[in-house]
Design a protein around this ligand. Sequence first.
Ligand code: GLP
Length: 274
Amino acid sequence: MDLNVHRQRPPALSSPAATSGPEASWWSRHIQVVGDADQLAGRVADLLLGELQAIPRLPLGLATGRTMTPVYAALAARIEGLPAATRQALTGRWRSFNLDEYVGLPPEDPRSFAAAMRRDLVGPLGLEPRSVAVPDGLAADPQREARRYGAAIAAAGGIGLQLLGLGENGHVGFNEPPCNADVLSRCVSLSEATRRQNAAAFGGDPAAVPQRAITLGLADILRSGRILLVVSGPAKAAVLRRLLNEPPSPSLPASWLRGHPGLRLIVDRAAMAD
Ligand code: GLP
């Protein structure tokens, strides 16, 4: 944990969105606030690149969404700037597992998370598509596919670093509230709030967002070696404030992450603003 994270900025918890008392002290050891979304993307990309260069290393756990697109662009730019041999070694032994996928969307559908990974990482870096695993949204039995996917991660040695975005309702992956910390990979129904949050990718129509998804469970996420939760933009300010102030509970699935000793949050100032 980099304890000098506040070098360029006022203390992370000086914002009105922050908490006070013992909670503040706990979070101050786990959170880094950066200036804007570009800096956020660069900082997260640096951490991912470090993880990718570690030997030996476990698979990466990846997320999709608007927060991650600039992160992956920054990561791809960094990898493209490496000497050819280093780049090839790094991309050649790529192994990652995505968190989630919509049920009913084929991987060719541009709105699927499989397609997002092809756009953001597989294409730009020339990765072997099979090395970037995503649950099969077209599986005949999504519950069974969720169990298969969880077992595949375990068989690969588990996740080393799990990257997470934060839903406006406090979900991580698609672990929707209410949700306990012991749930495993499964097929879930998406809430109205989440379908509204993700409607932009579906022509702005929440009704067009699939009703179900396959997601890693919180228990699977908490088994990762380290967890990096990335929060960006004013739309996340309210839920981030809750996360920083409320004790862990099923109403805020992300709050269970506090039980993980390797949790780190990187947030931008817009998300910290009230
Ligand atoms: C989505 C995904 C998450 C994502 C989060 C934040 O619904 N299931 O994996 O990280 O919500 O998304 P965004 O970055 O678009 O706000």
